[in-house]
Design a protein around this ligand. Structure first.
Ligand code: 6GU
Length: 227
């Protein structure tokens, strides 16, 4: 998969050099391009924002640098999906991650300030599939953290990125339930015992116990997932 990111904070994405995603890049499973929006300005101050038409607080990102940056990425691209992280977007879920993990080319456009001129979305939508995506009902200062969260969720679903594919299926949200609690050695730690069923060697009983734990946890903290 090819991933391009447009941002005014390119160094923010330096951490993608490390960990699982870093390995996926070294092995060629993920190809990453990080683009500084200011490289597509032409004034001395490399201006990317301006005051909003109609008034109001804050600044709006100007369309011209965005247009040029997206042209540079999209010209000649093969059926990419352009994702604009936005608190006004559809909510990102494991399903969204699975959908986007099927794609060959993702482009993330990280907005800052109070937003991006609407025409940037409209123009991008005239030449590519565009999705506005929120990572939850709270406010961030910009799209960078949201992009990082989405890339981590998507990247680990690309075949070969996670070493043991089994670890992908028994996880919170993959089956619509929260994950069961996990234990490792020692069997007693600070007076706290591992549930005996896990030491029984009875795989049927272990599976049943884990499923019951999943249901109990989900009922307790995320009943919305059960309906
Ligand atoms: Cl994608 N962007 C911003 N700025 N805030 C958010 C968000 C995205 N998702 C939740 N809050």
């Amino acid at each position: 998969m090819r991933i391009d990111i447009v941002t005014i904070f390119p160094t923010f994405f330096d951490v993608l050099d490390i960990s699982l995603l870093g390995k996926a890049r070294q092995s060629g499973l993920i190809e990453l391009g990080v683009h500084d929006l200011r490289d597509f300005t032409h004034d001395r101050h490399r201006t990317v924002d301006d005051t909003p038409y109609g008034g109001g607080a804050g600044m709006v990102m100007k369309p011209e640098p965005w247009g040029e940056a997206l042209d540079a990425i999209l010209d000649g691209a093969d059926d990419p999906v352009v994702v604009f992280p936005s608190p006004a977007g559809e909510v990102f879920t494991q399903r969204t991650a699975r959908e986007l993990a099927q794609e060959q080319h993702l482009v993330f456009g990280c907005g800052r300030y109070e937003g991006i001129d609407q025409r940037v979305f409209d123009h991008a939508a005239s030449r590519a599939r565009v999705r506005l995506i929120s990572i939850g009902d709270y406010v961030l200062n910009g799209g960078e953290v949201a992009t990082m969260a989405m890339i981590e969720a998507i990247g680990r679903l690309i075949p070969g990125v996670v070493g043991n594919p089994e670890s992908l299926v028994q996880e919170s949200h993959e089956d619509g339930l929260l994950e069961y609690p996990s234990y490792t050695k020692p069997a007693v730690w600070r007076g706290l015992e591992v549930p005996p069923v896990l030491l029984s060697g009875n795989h049927g009983a272990v599976d049943a116990w884990r499923h019951e734990q999943q249901l109990e946890r989900t009922r307790a903290v995320r009943p919305d997932l059960l309906s």
